[in-house]
Ligand binder design. Structure first.
Ligand SMILES: [Zn+2]
Length: 207
C-alpha cells in the first residue's frame, strides 16, 4: 500500500481542523469479502464518505468539509500541521444522516447509508454467531427500503437484492432473481448465493 497525502479538512460546523489519511494505491491482498458486500482489506483502507468531527462530534459528508492543506508524509512541517483524525460514524450516525436533508441529498447517498446500516445489522451474525436471532424490525424496514431503491436491471444491484431476500429468508424471491444470465464477473457470486438459498441458509457469510 502506498500512502497518499494527509488532508487537513475543516469541520463545517465548529471550524475545527481534522486529518484524513489517503492512499495512492492499494490492493486486496489478505482481504475478506462477505456476501452482504462488507469487506476488510488491510492493504486497501475504506474511503469513509460520512465522518464525525473529532472536536464537536458533528456528522458530515466528508467532501463538504473544506480541504485547508495537503501534507505529504515527508513534509518537514508534518507534525506542526497534523490534526486529530476524524472519528468513524456508528450505526446511530448513519440513521441521523438519513434524516438530515443536507446530508441525504440523493438516492445514491441514501443507498450508501442504508447499506452501511445493513452491515451494522449483520455484525451480530458474522462468524457463525447468534444463529437463534433475527433482524430487528427497524433493520428489516431498512432492508426493504434498499430493495426499493435498487435497480434489478443492474447485475450488481440485482445480486444485492437477491442477497437481502436470502437474509430475510424469502428464499423463493431470492432464487427468482438469481435465475438470470449473469456475466462472468458476477456469475461466481450468483452461484455461491444460490447454493446457500437452496440450503435455506439465511445468514451472511464470508466468500
Ligand atoms: Zn466540528
Amino acid at each position: 500500500m502506498l500512502p497518499g497525502p494527509t488532508l487537513i479538512r475543516q469541520c463545517s460546523k465548529c471550524g475545527g481542523e481534522y486529518s484524513e489519511r489517503t492512499i495512492r494505491s492499494g490492493n486486496t491482498f489478505g482481504a475478506d469479502f462477505w456476501s452482504d458486500g462488507f469487506s476488510i482489506a488491510p492493504m486497501l483502507p475504506e474511503n469513509h464518505f460520512l465522518v464525525k468531527c473529532p472536536h464537536c462530534k458533528n456528522i458530515s459528508w466528508k467532501e463538504n468539509d473544506k480541504i485547508l492543506r495537503e501534507l505529504e508524509l515527508h513534509d518537514p512541517e508534518f507534525e506542526k500541521w497534523y490534526k486529530p483524525e476524524y472519528l468513524l460514524p456508528e450505526a446511530e450516525d448513519f440513521l441521523y444522516a438519513l434524516k438530515d436533508e443536507k446530508i441525504n441529498t440523493n438516492s445514491e447517498r441514501e443507498i450508501y447509508f442504508r447499506i452501511k446500516l445493513w452491515h451494522f445489522s449483520n455484525r451480530k451474525f458474522r462468524g457463525g454467531k447468534n444463529r437463534d436471532q433475527n433482524f430487528l424490525q427497524i433493520e428489516v424496514d431498512n432492508l426493504m427500503k434498499i430493495i426499493k431503491l435498487l435497480d434489478l436491471e443492474d447485475e450488481r444491484e440485482r445480486l444485492i437484492v437477491a442477497e437481502i431476500y436470502r437474509e430475510l429468508a424469502y428464499f423463493d424471491e431470492s432464487l427468482k432473481l438469481l435465475d438470470f444470465e449473469f456475466s462472468d464477473d458476477y456469475k461466481w457470486k450468483s452461484d455461491s448465493l444460490k447454493q446457500k438459498v437452496l440450503q435455506k441458509d439465511r445468514f451472511v457469510y464470508k466468500f
